[in-house]
Design a protein around this ligand. Sequence first.
Ligand code: PEP
Length: 251
Amino acid sequence: MRKKVIAGNWKMNNDLSESQNLITKLTSGLSNLKLNCDVIICPPYTSLSEANSLIKNTIVKLGAQNVYHEDNGAFTGEVSPQMLKSVGCEYVIIGHSERRTIFKESNETINKKVKKALEHSLKVIFCIGETLEEREKNITNDVVKKQVTEGLEGIDEKEMSNIIVAYEPVWAIGTGKVATPQQAQDVHKFIRQLIENKYSSSVADDLTIQYGGSVKPDNAEELLSQPDIDGALVGGACLKAESFIGIIKAA
Ligand code: PEP
């Protein structure tokens, strides 16, 4: 059975001392709970090293929100997989819709990042999802299929064990509009089928597919009880320890 994975994407929030406070509250709030899921936090780059120290000997794992697809060199402002590993990251989010829209990352760029991250043994949270316009045009499945096909091009069956897919309908991110459990389940099932067609039923069965988009403590349980929803990628609600813990408890 797939273990659920709850990840918090802090985005561009929390300076060093705010990060320390949030992690301290989170780890102490989780310390006496018996959890049924893995927990990952993805703070900004500037807090990763400190976060790594603060989560030592806890169940919380560390991820970054982005990575560059080169090992080193003249790429001002970018950060390599090795750098992320050196500050304790086990995971990296790649292809978040904000990277796709604001920073114009293409499926091709995202694919390069996925390959480079896997080459350096980082586990990838690979984000996909349609815009409102695409959903209204009834092309959600086509969009998701293209993102999966191009974003995971050249990734082999073995490497898939280090990939988590996060389905995040763009219209539900940071908007308070959550996909209904059935809408999310339908797309998750479609993604699992795509993976089965591309690889095998065992790769598809083992794949963790998170839902992301306005997940909160009060809607998490219903979403997470869907058969193909294996966790959540959480934005806004992970910035308060109580609400992130509420979602973790629902898993
Ligand atoms: C996200 O940014 O990945 C996200 C899901 O944000 P929110 O939970 O705020 O919608």
